[in-house]
Design a protein around this ligand. Structure first.
Ligand SMILES: *Cc1c(COP(=O)(O)O)cnc(C)c1O
Length: 234
């Protein structure tokens, strides 16, 4: 098996063990392999192991990488985990099965319109800025309840849960706990939290979906696969 295949199996085993330690079923948290910046050649070994759940952080990179891979692996479930520009909502609805980065009202509205037009309804996660970081996207903690209500009731978006990216420094556990309590308050079952460095902590705090990149694919190349110029980065 390839390196990525071996590492993927190792992460999956750690994830099952973390679920068991938390007294949860072994499959309580699903693994999303984050393939951003890696080309199709790097993704194929993971697909060959039978893994089907992947994530990208840019619409354009997903559009160049995934259609050909999907022809060979039609049951892939592709997640968007990066900030979405509202003018790319229709493209996102066409290429992704799950949008984890619903992080502002304009994006929610654009997604709802695009879903009506495209006749596809990717499941959505509301991204919460648990650390109140100025440079980071996401709904402020105090606005989550109203925003989720608007997404579900006014826009009829298929909201599956909440997502967070804790601040890079410091203990992520309080952020995971906060997200869990917000999800409980809003009656949402899905909790997308946990990355390569902290997914076991996230599982202990109730994660149902972990987003793991470098622990599966190794260090990331410097920019998107298919080389969008750096000036396009958000
Ligand atoms: C890149 C990324 C990940 C994966 O990060 P790793 O530390 O490589 O596992 C997870 N979530 C989001 C939102 C990301 O942008």
């Amino acid at each position: 098996m390839s390196d990525a295949g071996v590492r993927l199996a190792g992460v999956a085993a750690r994830l099952r063990a973390a679920c068991a330690r938390a007294g949860r079923p072994e499959d309580a948290a699903a693994l999303v392999a984050v393939s951003k910046f890696h080309g199709a050649d790097a993704v194929l070994p993971a697909l060959r192991t039978g893994h089907l759940r992947f994530a990208e952080n840019r619409v354009q990179e997903a559009q160049t990488k995934w259609p050909a891979l999907r022809e060979r692996y039609p049951h892939v479930e592709l997640h968007l985990i990066g900030s979405l520009q509202s003018n790319k909502a229709a493209d996102a609805v066409r290429v992704f099965d799950v949008v984890q980065s619903v992080d502002r009202p304009k994006v929610a509205t654009a997604l709802a319109r695009a879903m009506d037009r495209e006749g596809r309804r990717p499941r959505c996660y509301v991204q919460v800025n648990t650390g109140a970081e100025g440079q980071k996207g996401g709904i402020a903690v105090g606005e989550v309840a109203a925003f989720v209500k608007e997404c579900r009731e006014t826009l009829d978006l298929p909201v599956a849960g909440l997502m967070c990216i804790p601040p890079a420094a410091g203990d992520p556990a309080p952020h995971f706990r906060l997200l869990r309590s917000l999800a409980a308050d809003t009656g949402l079952p899905g909790l997308s939290m946990g990355m390569s460095g902290d997914f076991e902590t996230a599982v202990a705090e109730g994660s149902t979906l972990v987003r793991v990149g470098s622990a599966v694919f190794g260090a990331r190349p410097a920019g998107p696969a298919g080389a969008a110029p750096a000036t396009e980065l958000p």
